[in-house]
Ligand binder design. Sequence first.
Ligand code: CUA
Length: 335
Amino acid sequence: MQWTLSIPNTWVGYAVLPERRIANIFQPLGSQAASEYRIALLALGITGIIFVVVAGLIVFTLIRFRRRRADPSHEEPPQVYGSNQIEIAWTFIPILTVFVLIGVTARFILAIQDAALPRATEHVRIVGHRWWWEVHYPDYGVTTANEIHVPVSIGNESPVLLQLESADVIHSFWVPQLSGKTDLIPGLANTMWIDAHQPGIYSGNCAEYCGTQHANMLLRVFAEPKKDFDKWIAAQRLSANAGAASDRDRAVFESLSCVNCHNVQGTAAHGVFGPDLTHLMQRTTIAAGMIPNNADNLRKWVDDPQTLKPGCLMPGMKLTSPQLDSVVSYLKSLD
Ligand code: CUA
């Protein structure tokens, strides 16, 4: 999609992060993803050998024993029954193969689940919604959405422990270059950890069909140097930048039912049903990663979310043009 090229990926004072938009398990940049990559290579190797042997035998048989015009007899070739050696071979080799794969996979899964995380581990609580991600940093009292900032972890110094929950249906958290998938299940808190080995913006998505906008439930993990992460956290802890918005714009926003679903820290907006908007302008995208976060798109989005994301739970509010101007101008002040 061409629009992603125009998404700014940094702010003044922050290191520029490279975009890692390749959702590719063959380019792992995290410990879990690297383990899974090794299992994938082993499984592909074993199944590749099986494929070559089986396909080779089939091709050989097709050619060697094809019907020839010169062959006068149309009799069946000799049939072989009850060969113990052959039956034992084709029973035990597959069983052995399956058990090797089960054993290796179980070893890796246990190693990942039992990993001792250092005390410096950051905690992030993620709640899946139709169709966006609510992101909490309980240690800092910070709430955001869809864009998860984490410190880059070199040599396992600062992995991030994710607690995964759901507000409605089953979703699945998947950032292919960092880790495998873990489901977000209503009424259950799953955990997993990630450690990005290189700075960058890692693309991910919901990997469990969860309804009409499942494909637009996108994720971005910003793995940044520790000092930038600390700076970001510090900025997120502040209340909304009230001074920048005009009183009229803020009054218009607060008079609309936006406040029933969205929270803006330090204002009358306390809704929890939709994404927290306190520092909206520090996010690079809106609509769960669908479109760049700029005045034009904000206006289109607020005007009618159903055009951009049909079926999403934010209704078109039928605002007048002056109301739209005020709301967008207010949102633009939330940095
Ligand atoms: Cu959430 Cu698919």
